[in-house]
Design a protein around this ligand. Structure first.
Ligand SMILES: [Zn+2]
Ligand SMILES: [Zn+2]
Length: 160
């Protein structure tokens, strides 16, 4: 089997490790605030030596344009605590996912992908852009480049 036939690695860990991380996030202006918890956690010092959650740097047209660094925690582990009324939504392509951004400052905070995961027969998950972490520090994250989304239909193009 050549490497191009290998199944793509899941974009999120399939097993919880029992070590959890709890995080506060907010958009640039602070109008939109939310929390998430995840296992394995994002940072080595929280991991109890059992591994960290790899953040996706995705090559799809949306992530490339927004510089998104994404994780996919279970929907039940993400809580919107303030400013949901300030969220604007954007969908493209097959419109399975609603991308959410702050209508005041423009920050891309995450995506409502619950319906898409349900369609695939798995538990609903939310996409969270970890650039919104309260103390975002790229150097502390384990980042994995995901390079198959660009090939997924429909092809991205802007018509005149
Ligand atoms: Zn904002
Ligand atoms: Zn993407």
């Amino acid at each position: 089997m050549s490497s191009s036939d290998a199944p793509a690695e899941a974009p999120f860990p399939l097993e919880e490790t029992g070590a959890w991380g709890h995080y506060d996030l907010h958009c640039h202006c602070g109008a939109v605030r939310y929390t998430m918890k995840m296992s394995p956690p994002l940072f080595e010092e929280e991991s109890q030596g059992k591994g960290v959650w790899k953040v996706n740097e995705c090559d799809c047209s949306w992530c490339e344009r927004n510089g998104s660094l994404a994780v996919h925690p279970l929907e039940e582990n993400v809580t919107w605590t303030r400013g949901v009324e300030h969220l604007s939504k954007y969908s493209f392509g097959n419109k399975n996912v609603e991308h959410l951004f702050c209508s005041k400052c423009g920050s891309f905070v995450g995506s409502d992908s619950g319906a898409m995961f349900k369609k695939m027969g798995s538990a609903p998950r939310t996409v969270v852009n970890v650039r919104m972490l309260k103390d975002f520090d790229r150097k502390k994250l384990t980042i994995k480049r995901v390079e198959f989304m660009k090939q997924m239909p429909p092809k991205y193009s802007i018509d005149d």
